[in-house]
Design a protein around this ligand. Structure first.
Ligand code: MF3
Ligand code: CO
Ligand code: CO
Length: 275
């Protein structure tokens, strides 16, 4: 996810001008998106009690290079790892480390690859062994929030329609939507216009047009929506230490609706559920 400061967008791009992509560029996004889907599928059997997030980071680094891709987070704005691993009350941008995952943890693993100059950005929640019922409920609410956001995407709809769909559903399930991070345009750049807020009002925001590429990546909390960033400058946690979950897909707006670039080739988009 990107910070809601629009200075992440390249200075060369005039605000309000969102790139519309060609069929060839859709094909490039399918290739990098599939790589992200495959990488997350590969991690499913590896996320177990005792494994370190550092080990998962190394697996993705090696996978990237073996597939002729590059892990976009590595050396991005001073970040030093290939993936983000956000455990339990970590909302996003958790930094892989040598601490083993424990039975009952939930972890978001966020991968972004650059392949032939194109970015594919996706994340899923993984359960470490058996997890508490309330954690599974949060994961399933968050996954459904992503699906409802994606379902709002079609030409003529707005970014506000996406946010409203997510917010209405998540809050109806007594969960809260994180405001401080959002989805983002992507393609040849990692974080571009438009910002995709995961809350909002139907009809407001930017009108969607065929050829737009962006992520939707709601962060949903069991408690309050407020977050703080730890002194490492990256790790964002819930202020009330409540559990947080996130799923992310990279998508393109088509003439008729939406194409998801980062789907799981194995049909395991929500791997802790029997989906
Ligand atoms: N993949 C994250 C996103 O969804 C961004 C991570 S940037 C990093 O936008 F530097 F923290 F890796
Ligand atoms: Co993203
Ligand atoms: Co991401």
């Amino acid at each position: 996810m990107s910070f809601i400061d629009s200075h992440l967008a390249p200075a060369s791009r005039k605000s309000g001008q969102i790139k519309l992509h060609s069929p060839q560029e859709f094909e490039a996004m399918r290739r990098v998106g599939r790589l992200a889907g495959e990488a997350l599928d590969m991690l499913i059997p590896m996320v177990k009690p005792g494994v370190t997030t550092q080990a998962l980071d190394e697996v993705i680094y090696e996978f990237s290079l073996a597939r002729g891709a590059y892990p976009a987070p590595l050396d991005y704005r001073g970040y030093r790892k290939s993936i983000c691993t956000s455990v339990n009350h970590v909302v996003c941008h958790g930094v892989p480390d040598h601490k083993p995952l424990r039975e009952g943890d939930i972890v978001n693993i966020d991968v972004t690859f650059i392949l032939d100059g194109w970015h594919g950005d996706a994340s899923r929640m993984f359960a470490v062994g058996e997890i508490p019922r309330k954690a599974q409920r949060l994961i399933d609410v968050t996954y459904e929030s992503l699906l409802r956001g994606i379902a709002a995407v079609k030409p003529g709809a707005t970014t506000g329609d996406i946010g409203a769909a997510i917010q209405q559903y998540a809050e109806s399930e007594r969960c809260s939507v994180v405001r401080d991070f959002c989805g983002h345009g992507l393609g040849r750049v990692f974080h571009d216009e438009p910002n995709i807020l995961h809350y909002g009002v139907k009809g407001q925001g930017v009108e969607l047009r065929p050829g737009m590429f962006f992520t939707i990546e709601p962060m949903i909390n069991l408690g309050k929506p407020q977050v703080k960033v730890l002194s490492d400058g990256w790790t964002a946690v819930t202020r009330d230490r409540s559990l947080s979950a996130q799923f992310e897909h990279s998508i393109g707006v088509t003439e008729t609706g939406v194409e998801i670039f980062t789907s799981s080739p194995q049909g395991r988009d929500n791997p802790s559920s029997a989906n």
